[in-house]
Design a protein around this ligand. Structure first.
Ligand SMILES: C[S@@+](CC[C@H](N)C(=O)[O-])C[C@H]1O[C@@H](n2cnc3c(N)ncnc32)[C@H](O)[C@@H]1O
Length: 400
């Protein structure tokens, strides 16, 4: 189901296989995922007979993830509506579209995309329209005539679109989704995703009610300045859930944990310092890492606030662990797939830091295993750091 829309933050199969092999779960076990993304992990787990409940803060991405389990429509209904929409769509004016959207397409192509969008919107009462929305959002990056590779959309850099005919591309994508809906293995996936902020009790209650999950398997944002809201700006602007950076931050990014320096503020960093940089050995380690990052920042003209980011990230993750500790069955496994990072060359052992943070909320650390090396190409680039990075599997046990 990853082909419905490519959200690049997905779990790798290697990570999922290794994660599941580390925990011995019975068929039908309920797995919670506080960072569901587009439910790549969720669909994988449910295909293996587990039940899945995810929480995702990005409203568009949460909607996509939820749709993968919703079975609102049949393949036949989606096909029929796709043809109807494609035939009815007459090129529209594009002058009201946000600048970013206008600068990503030839005007004729955008006219067709806008027409398809309006036809889908007019049919929002039909369950099949929810799938067509994703067929269309997936078409955008195929038809853009500028660089729109993840995570940055770069309207100033031209490229040849991978698909020139937006209408045909949209129909092809809709037909692929319809085929997936017809597939029997898809129909039995037992999962659900709620939109929410996994730092809050409200999100966990909406996900689990009074139930407890048998395990957690998740991949939290890494501490690497990747901005999930910015990465989906084209889709958010095109669909109208934001029309400026301000509304994107407000409508999309506000309930995400801090993973980019842009999400930090002095006030937030002060609160975070009180929370995580205390007099424990963990707190002292965090303080000393933040001091190294601050020293590197001071050496640069417009240095980034990685020191504040580290503090805010850990404080946010502590909130998530606190809820997770209460929402898991006692002794249940919690597995995190997470990478380390090295802003300004200061090595941040994010997997180790998260394991220590979790123990403050009563978890036990069972193991931290190496999954794969990553980021090695940075070594060749003199302007970046020389530290080799890895993705790791952190296995914890919930408080008993
Ligand atoms: C590494 S991605 C997870 C991808 C997912 N494992 C998959 O397979 O698709 C992290 C996700 O966490 C989401 N996120 C960030 N802060 C969150 C929060 N406070 N609550 C819920 N989700 C959040 C981001 O929007 C992003 O989609």
């Amino acid at each position: 189901l990853s082909r419905w829309f490519r959200y690049p933050a997905g779990f790798s199969n290697l990570a999922l296989d290794r994660a599941l092999s580390r925990v011995d779960l019975p068929d039908g076990a309920l797995v919670a995922d506080p960072f569901a993304g587009a439910a790549v992990g969720g669909t994988y787990m449910t295909a293996r007979g587990f039940r899945y409940i995810g929480i995702e803060a990005h409203p568009l991405v949460a909607e996509l993830a939820e749709l993968k389990f919703a079975r609102k429509s049949t393949g036949e209904e989606v096909r029929a509506l796709a043809y109807q929409v494609a035939v009815a769509a007459r090129k529209r004016g594009t002058s009201n579209e946000p600048d970013l959207v206008r600068s990503c397409f030839w005007p004729g192509t955008l006219g067709v995309l806008v027409a398809l969008r309006e036809e889908i919107r007019m049919r929002h009462g039909s369950a099949a329209a929810a799938y067509l929305k994703w067929a269309l959002l997936g078409t955008l990056r195929d038809c853009a005539n500028v660089r729109v590779g993840w995570p940055y959309q770069r309207p100033a850099i031209r490229r040849h679109p991978t698909a020139r005919r937006a209408r045909e591309r949209f129909v092809a994508r809709a037909l692929a989704i319809a085929d997936d809906l017809d597939n029997h293995s898809f129909q039995s996936l037992d999962g659900r995703v709620v939109v929410g902020d996994s730092r809050t009790d409200a999100a966990w209650t909406s996900a689990l009610g009074a139930a407890h999950a048998d395990a957690c398997l998740t991949s939290p944002p890494y501490l690497n300045n990747y901005d999930y809201a910015d990465a989906t700006r084209l889709e958010a602007y095109f669909w109208g859930i934001a029309d400026s950076w301000r509304t994107l931050v407000l409508n999309v990014r506000s309930s995400m944990i801090a993973a980019t320096t842009q999400q930090t503020s002095k006030r937030r960093a002060e609160l975070a310092t009180c929370k995580v940089a205390d007099d424990s050995s963990f707190g002292r380690n965090v303080k000393s890492l933040a001091a190294s990052l601050a020293a590197e920042k001071a050496k640069r003209k417009r240095g980034k606030e990685y020191d504040a980011l580290l503090l805010c990230y850990l404080a946010d993750m502590q909130d998530v662990f606190r809820h997770l500790a209460q929402r898991l069955r006692p002794g249940a496994p919690a597995v995190l797939v997470v990478g380390d990072s090295a802003p300004y060359g200061v090595y941040l052992d994010t997997p180790g830091l998260l394991a220590n943070l979790a123990t403050r909320e009563g978890f036990l650390t069972e193991s931290i295993d190496h999954l794969r090396d990553r980021g090695l190409r940075w070594r060749e680039n003199g302007s970046r750091h020389q530290v080799s990075l890895a993705e790791k599997l952190v296995v914890l046990r919930a408080p008993r």
